[in-house]
Ligand binder design. Structure first.
Ligand SMILES: [Zn+2]
Length: 77
């Protein structure tokens, strides 16, 4: 049985989700939520693309200023 989780839970665990650090059940719950929640799906995609961009540039440290701006943007969703 899958518990219903809230958007807040998804946001809180999103980074671990993308890093595949969650246990399989939690991961499944997040994936399930995203199938039905456009906002969380978009957020996950956004974060994923942000990461691949950072990786492309070959920077080992995340650009903190950019990240903070992105966070501010995301909170307005
Ligand atoms: Zn959601």
């Amino acid at each position: 049985m899958t518990r219903d989780i809230r958007c807040e839970d998804v946001i809180e665990k999103l980074l671990e989700f993308l890093d595949r650090e969650l246990d399989p059940q939690t991961e499944a719950e997040l994936a399930h939520h995203m199938e039905h929640c456009r906002a969380c799906f978009t957020r996950a995609e956004f974060e994923r693309q942000l990461r691949s961009k950072v990786a492309d540039v070959g920077q080992s440290e995340a650009p903190d200023r950019l990240r903070l701006r992105m966070r501010a943007l995301m909170e307005r969703f």
